[in-house]
Write a protein that binds this ligand. Structure first.
Ligand code: GLN
Length: 232
């Protein structure tokens, strides 16, 4: 191990897409949420100085690939396809996809999405899951560049359903009662997912970050942050 433990000399820039509450959203010019708090705890534990930047989703993926960003923290699912290009930290959160629909909809399972207008965030696991159901090039599939934009489209009636991450959909439905949305779960069609920090291939920080995640999970800090954002 060549690391001398002298972290803190360089400042890491970490990208995100901050319309993904309760994981990351903007409060004034500050990024707040479960991911923001966990990231802060992990980086402090690892002794790494960092800046958390709302780059947007696609620029985050590009930036971590070309290493202008040293990481992404954005409720990012660890997938085999992404692992071809990136490394990931240890997993820190379990997720799956869910279908958000207006109350009173006929949609009861993922199969009912056939022929429906579906909104997804471009390049996400929700996008992938929807493509699997209705076909890659389906004209029924509308792609947006943020999570917030998919929910807007659903509320405006531009799409009839949105496929997105369950905790984000639950948070949205709970906090926007006037939108009259409900959620359809389908664990036969939607896989279990795990979030990790997105890292460049062979990131020099992976080991430090993974050790910090493990410590934070063992010493009660993770649980505290979880309580604050999910059971509060
Ligand atoms: N977990 C999903 C993915 O990684 C969505 C992430 C997001 O929209 N921020 O594709």
């Amino acid at each position: 191990n060549e690391s001398s433990g002298s972290g803190g000399e360089e400042k890491l820039t970490i990208g995100t897409e901050a319309t993904f509450a309760p994981f990351e959203s903007m409060e004034g010019d500050k990024i707040v949420g479960f991911d923001a708090d966990l990231l802060d705890a992990v980086m402090k534990e690892a002794g790494l100085d960092y800046e958390y930047e709302n780059t947007g989703w696609d620029p985050m993926l590009v930036g971590v690939d070309d290493e202008t960003l040293q990481a992404g923290m954005a409720g990012i699912t660890i997938t085999d396809e992404r692992k071809e290009t990136y490394d990931f930290s240890a997993p820190y959160f379990e997720a799956t996809q869910v279908i958000a629909v207006p109350e009173g909809t006929d949609i009861q399972s993922a199969e009912d999405l056939q022929g429906m207008k579906i909104g997804v965030q471009n390049g996400t696991t929700g996008d992938e899951a929807a493509q699997k159901l209705v076909g890659e090039n389906s004209s029924d599939l509308s792609k947006y560049d943020s999570s917030a934009a998919t929910m807007m489209a659903l509320q405006n009636g531009d799409v009839e359903a949105v496929v997105t991450d369950i905790a984000v959909a639950q948070h949205y439905v709970k906090n926007n009662p006037d939108a009259n949305l409900t959620l359809v779960e389908d664990d036969e069609n939607f896989d279990q997912e795990y979030y990790g920090m997105l890292l460049p291939k062979d990131s020099e920080y992976k080991e430090q970050i993974d050790e910090a995640i493990q410590t934070i999970m063992e010493n009660g800090t993770y649980e505290e942050i979880y309580q604050e954002w999910f059971e509060g």
